[in-house]
Design a protein. Structure first.
Length: 254
């Protein structure tokens, strides 16, 4: 997901003005890069996948071959409408189910899914712990959660920040500010590896692995610059240098 707008909503959580998210577009490198990383850490057996915050389905559809059944949920009816349109071009009748959550807990039975995914969604939800506990509820014992969250050591705040006197909201290094300052101005939460590990463990998960996903550089508008940056600097799907990564990938077990 990416920032969709800067509308402000008050919540009882640390970030007082969370913006909604916008899904990546089909064909962007970020989708293929995530899919490759997810496939490398999926458990054997496929089974039932829940994609929490599926958006327009562009990411979900890349995971279809690995599972027998997929339930994709989102809060945004317009995104789900786009997903349904995308499904019309595939022979997936009965395999992919779409659910609108309406901001409530997911309407599925306890311990009903084998794998849950959630890609840059947690930073937008009103109550991150409630969302994680619902995912824990939905997973079967031993089931795997794979999620991504924004990396605080990336040079730019990817969701933007409403800074005073600065109309350009992609000011460098805002993501590096102390949490209280960042959360005062930024449009979404941001995480370090220790932050997301602590949250997942508090929700009951065992964290198996965390690593950084290399920035895909999809937002560079000049093809030559974009291709050169990928070839020279932002190569490979994983990176050991946090300042070259837009997202943290986490694999955890219920």
């Amino acid at each position: 997901m990416n920032p969709e707008n800067s509308s402000k909503t008050q919540h009882h959580v640390s970030v007082p003005h969370l913006a909604a998210g916008k899904p990546a577009d089909a064909g962007q490198l970020i989708l293929r890069r995530r899919a490759r990383l997810v496939e490398s850490i999926l458990p054997d057996g496929g089974g039932h996948l829940l994609d929490f915050g599926c958006g327009n389905g562009a990411q979900t559809l890349l995971l279809v071959p690995s599972f027998e059944k997929i339930t994709a949920v989102d809060i945004n009816d317009d995104f789900l409408k786009g997903f349904r349109s995308a499904l019309a071009g595939h022979s997936l009748a009965g395999k992919v189910q779409l659910l609108a959550t309406g901001g409530r807990r997911v309407d599925l039975p306890d311990a009903s899914v084998d794998v849950a995914t959630s890609f840059t969604v947690l930073e937008h939800v009103p109550d991150e712990m409630a969302a994680l506990k619902d995912l824990y509820r939905l997973l079967k014992p031993g089931g795997r959660l794979i999620l991504t969250v924004p990396n605080r050591w990336w040079i730019f705040e990817t969701h933007g920040a409403d800074l005073p006197l600065l109309p350009w909201n992609r000011v460098p290094f805002v993501s590096w500010w102390p949490k209280k300052l960042h959360d005062r101005w930024a449009r979404a939460r941001i995480y370090g590896q220790a932050d997301i590990t602590r949250l997942l463990e508090t929700a009951g998960f065992h964290v198996d692995e965390t690593f950084h996903m290399t920035a895909p550089m999809d937002m560079i508008p000049w093809p030559t610059v974009r291709n050169l940056s990928r070839k020279i600097i932002f190569r490979g799907d994983r990176t050991n240098l946090p300042f070259l990564a837009t997202e943290i990938v986490v694999a955890a077990t219920r």
